[in-house]
Design a protein around this ligand. Sequence first.
Ligand SMILES: [Zn+2]
Length: 271
Amino acid sequence: MSAHSQTGDHPPAARIRLLGTAGARFVVARQLRYSAGTWLELGDTQILLDPGPGTLTRARRARPPLAPEKLTGILLSHKHLDHSTDVNIMLEAMAEGGRRPRGTLVAPSDALEGEDPVILRYVRSFPHRIEVWQEGMPVEFDGFTATPVRHRHGVETYGLVLASTVGRLGFVVDGRMDQELPEKYAGCQLLVLNTVRREWTPDVDHLSLPEALELIQQVNPRLAVLTHFGMTMLRAGPRRLADQASEKLGIPVLAATDGMTLESSRWTQDC
Ligand SMILES: [Zn+2]
């Protein structure tokens, strides 16, 4: 039990650091935005979501720096490279170079088995625990649970609902719009949405801006954050688009920037 939970009355604060905000291949390949993952500090628990290219570098260079050896877990939503390139090195770093096994890895089954598993076999002894996502089945951590939401995205992909002491946090990762998504992310106070394209186009496995706004409107979070931008979003100016969305929906919408920190006071009332 943490010192925070022993004292009782104040839930521990949480902080989310968006180390990278790049979405589509072109933006990632040219590093127009960084492609590092999202680092969550929930009370005493630190978790990394989707360690894309550059995650180790961006974590060590963050101010203040983030320490992989303090991570409790690494969550992989799917195996596409912009989400998984640094997963092996981060598993090794979490275990202090492999010397001290530590933490939990949760990943889709096709990241571990099948033709092209991205998680190397020789790093699989570094975490204490490896779990495979199963739709709707929560995975327990100290202080929160992570429940996967299946997305339609080519490879096996899961968004996440984290139920924590600072509310329900929804991470709408890559995938196309689905009529079931609003219900699956219902009750989230914070919604972070991978919004790759500005306009809807058919047969694309990503959320467009209009679809992201529809989802925000239906879920009605206290704060929504757009991230994982492709070229069409970057050209149009994500901040301007987010400002317009806030006005239209009456819900605060932010456009993520590389290194942006979100404090839990932004989406909780009494912290
Ligand atoms: Zn993807």
